[in-house]
Design a protein around this ligand. Sequence first.
Ligand code: NAD
Ligand code: UPG
Length: 439
Amino acid sequence: MKNIAVIGTGYVGLVTGTCFAETGNNVICVDIDKEKVERLKNGEVPIYEPHLDVLFERNIKQKRLQFTTDLASAIKDAEIIFLALPTPPGEDGSADLSYVLGVAKDLGKLITEYKVIIDKSTVPVGTADKVTAAIKAETDVPFAVVSNPEFLREGYAVDDFMNPDRVIIGTEDEKAKIVMKELYQPFIRDGHPLIFMDEKSAELTKYAANAFLATKITFMNEVANFCEIVGADVDKVREGMGSDTRIGHRFLYPGIGFGGSCFPKDVSALMKSGLDNNFDFSIIDAVLNVNKKQRIKLLDKILDYFGDIKGKKFALWGLSFKPDTDDIREAPALYLIDELINRGAEVVAFDPEGMDNVKKLLGDKISYVENQYDALDGADALLIATEWSVFKNPDFNLIKSKLNSPVIFDGRNIFNLSDIQEKGVYYSSIGRQTILPKV
Ligand SMILES: NC(=O)c1ccc[n+]([C@@H]2O[C@H](COP(=O)([O-])OP(=O)(O)OC[C@H]3O[C@@H](n4cnc5c(N)ncnc54)[C@H](O)[C@@H]3O)[C@@H](O)[C@H]2O)c1
Ligand SMILES: O=c1ccn([C@@H]2O[C@H](COP(=O)(O)OP(=O)(O)O[C@H]3O[C@H](CO)[C@@H](O)[C@H](O)[C@H]3O)[C@@H](O)[C@H]2O)c(=O)[nH]1
């Protein structure tokens, strides 16, 4: 059992804190957002993350999980302090380190005995040195700084955290290595190692992994775009490529680009780290440019079909950047909405979890409905931006009866081409033949 403080109780901090409590530790989570802490104290999970609630409730009940806004009291008895703070993109694409370094400075003022301070935020190579310097400027008390990047995916966060492919520990402090090994022991299985390395390599591993995955998706998006031009079927190409075990089937799904709170910001930040070191990360530059165009890929198809879209009404299914999350950060749907409303079109949207967040951002620029079929009333086409399960087996007769004409633009390829042929709709997707309604 260890006493742990987690500073920053967002997607990563709350999952980290809850999962460490689940493995028998005493955890206190800190946040500056008073309203969020109040909700947490009242037993409410403030984000939508499948399977988190069960662990959250159990560990609160057993008093292993607590919440506070008071940093000083939280870290007093904690041997281990996690930083799970935001590292949002600055205007030049660099990661904004003000949250991390601000808390490092506060910790320097507060610590009175040896602490292991662990950076779980995604931070550019060299940040552990900056954190160390910020703390050292305030205190002579010994401490270790560890880089322990997090690889969880939203929507699968609990499973990813409890059963990680690997855990990366970047530190050269021998005492900290022992603490980290004990802490992560419950999560380690055969073939899923705890990998020790220096801080810089750990920091770069995180960016390299995200940039590689973003590149894999982007490569497939370009292949899909080319498929459309030459009349190939990206589903077949994907299956054929993915069956090569060196390539693998995962992260080969083409669509309207990658979004979310991580890939866009982390790929930009790696690009900026390169520039800061006079290194031209040209492959990453290409990934960012292709993704920028890909996220509005449906617009080209819509304009090809309708010409002018002024006054047209579009039903939009899916707002979150991917299914099983309410997170709308950098969601491709938002870029599409922007393009549509700038051209005078009307958008009526439905998303199972993301609508409240979009309402806060866009207000009445678009309309919202509580049932996916209500979005279709009098709409000129249905657009699909997120592959939520509830969209995958819809009532096509109802869709056709509500739309002005049976037209679907699918940015996530959720229907089989062979199945959709029987449905009597115009169906345009990514990297595949356009299906025309049978006459
Ligand atoms: N979201 C993911 O899927 C994911 C996965 C892996 C890594 N990461 C990285 O983890 C970090 C955190 O991401 P997130 O998605 O959890 O962010 P988030 O915005 O959901 O949460 C950050 C939290 O920190 C709080 N905070 C800000 N300043 C604070 C301070 N001074 N003291 C205490 N709390 C403070 C905020 O109020 C917020 O609740 C980022 O670097 C991100 O890149 C995120
Ligand atoms: O084949 C695919 C796979 C994903 N995506 C898109 O890629 C984006 C990111 O998806 P995913 O990786 O599942 O979501 P995140 O929760 O953003 O997780 C990524 O970002 C996290 C934050 O750094 C990391 O911890 C995870 O390992 C990494 O997968 C989403 O817009 C998806 O729609 C595709 O277009 N095609």
